[in-house]
Design a protein around this ligand. Structure first.
Ligand code: ZN
Length: 158
């Protein structure tokens, strides 16, 4: 049986924070603000998996007022969500995701992100798609004040 889930996330961009996207640190003047390492792409993917499982969202599982998750490595958060899916007898089928960021350009980093994500999801890199978009100068993303991600995931049963 197939289950599908959708996830999205947004983080404010500020100076003096690292920019982590898909488990890869990107050189940038601004980084994403958040309680954990604020990896917008991994959060959207984790939310999509939780959605497919009908398990609420990341905030339910990793409350941002819990000091345990302060500066947490989002690859570890995602790996716990994947563990939950496996516990329920589900495997990741494939993931498709969008990252919206004005700059820097993400294309040179996309393959490294796909590899990191595929490893955590226990799937082939060909099952993980990441697309980079800009805000065309419009809105919080376009003005360089925010980064957004959207993800959709298909879960399959054993
Ligand atoms: Zn987030």
């Amino acid at each position: 049986m197939f289950k599908i889930g959708i996830g999205s996330d947004v983080h404010r961009l500020v100076e003096g924070r690292p920019l982590m996207i898909g488990g890869v640190q990107i050189e940038s003047e601004k980084g994403s603000l958040g309680h954990s390492d604020a990896d917008v792409l991994l959060h959207a993917i984790a939310d999509a998996i939780l959605g497919a499982l009908c398990e609420g969202d990341l905030g339910v599982h990793f409350p941002d007022n819990d000091p345990k998750w302060r500066d947490a490595d989002s690859l570890q958060l995602l790996s716990r969500v994947v563990w939950l899916a496996h516990e329920r007898g589900k495997q990741i089928g494939n993931v498709d995701a969008n990252v919206m960021l004005e700059n820097p350009k993400l294309r040179p980093h996309i393959y490294a992100m796909r590899e990191k994500i595929a490893e955590v999801l226990s799937v082939d890199v060909s099952c993980v798609s990441v697309k980079a978009k800009t805000g065309e100068g419009l809105g919080a993303v376009g003005e360089g004040n925010a980064i957004e991600a959207q993800a959709i995931v298909l879960l399959t049963s054993n």
